[in-house]
Design a protein around this ligand. Sequence first.
Ligand SMILES: NC(=O)c1ccc[n+]([C@@H]2O[C@H](COP(=O)([O-])OP(=O)(O)OC[C@H]3O[C@@H](n4cnc5c(N)ncnc54)[C@H](O)[C@@H]3O)[C@@H](O)[C@H]2O)c1
Ligand SMILES: Cc1c(CN(C)C(=O)CCc2cnc3c(c2)CCC(=O)N3)oc2ccccc12
Length: 264
Amino acid sequence: MTSLMKGKRGLIMGIANDHSIAWGMARTLHAHGAELAFTFQGEALGKRVKPLAEQLGVDLVLPCDVEDIASVDATFAVLREKWGKLDFVIHAIGFADKNELKGRYADTSRENFSRTMVISCFSFTEVAKRAAELMTEGGSMITLTFGASERAMPNYNVMGVAKAALEASVRYLAADFGPRGIRINAISAGPIRTLAGSGIGEARAMFGFMQKHAPLRRGVTLDELGGSALYLLSDLSGGVTGEIHYVDSGYNVILMPRPDDLKA
Ligand SMILES: NC(=O)c1ccc[n+]([C@@H]2O[C@H](COP(=O)([O-])OP(=O)(O)OC[C@H]3O[C@@H](n4cnc5c(N)ncnc54)[C@H](O)[C@@H]3O)[C@@H](O)[C@H]2O)c1
Ligand SMILES: Cc1c(CN(C)C(=O)CCc2cnc3c(c2)CCC(=O)N3)oc2ccccc12
């Protein structure tokens, strides 16, 4: 592996278990020499995340629920005290009430809409603002989005609207922080069987469909998402900011599958 990330310190938010997209990214960044800090949501997940942190020799493992801004502030206070400087952030956090991830988007409740937007979109703005204060020598931040931000997908519903807002916020944050050499991008990942990615009724059938008809005819892997994160968080992407980078086996570039494939 390279020493592409040697001397770089980064915060990774959103590891739940060893299927998490953020975990795939953590593994890759560690392999290329990065020094990492993790946050976890709640003690139950903490029990899963701490052994993973040990696996990579990560000893900064902090509780952070983005609905509680005090825990976000506490996280950055620890990073300021322990590290003083931060080079990158991964925000891999998204949530909506699963009872509204089925049926009509039109039936979304005002309460779940607001809560989904705060957790899945605005929390990245709040994290980026605090992280930028520690990025005294520039830096790079990424968040995770999904193609259903641009095209309606059954059941994804309010999460699609939140991801559309998240992608717009990536462009505004890029404009805000660009003058300070801080880059902000998003990775739009193809469907992957994680805790948040599974357990949704028809999602399993959708995963199968997208993977069967994507140009690469397969799903993406945690290591592929890790590789794209390494590119966006390292100096290799020094000229890239405000971008949505698709890592989805190419699915976003097709309008419909080949009809004869449909019979297959
Ligand atoms: N799995 C997919 O198909 C897929 C595809 C594209 C994008 N994404 C996005 O990738 C990101 C990571 O999801 P994943 O698929 O790795 O699933 P995951 O369940 O492993 O990760 C989701 C994480 O969000 C965290 N989270 C939720 N609410 C939170 C809160 N209030 N405070 C702090 N953390 C909170 C959870 O603790 C969990 O660690 C999410 O933004 C998701 O929308 C997932
Ligand atoms: C793909 C796909 C995903 C994976 N993906 C891209 C995601 O972004 C995960 C979104 C998500 C947000 N909140 C929750 C859950 C998933 C399930 C558990 C829960 O309680 N809340 O989610 C879907 C929801 C409906 C349809 C397809 C999908």
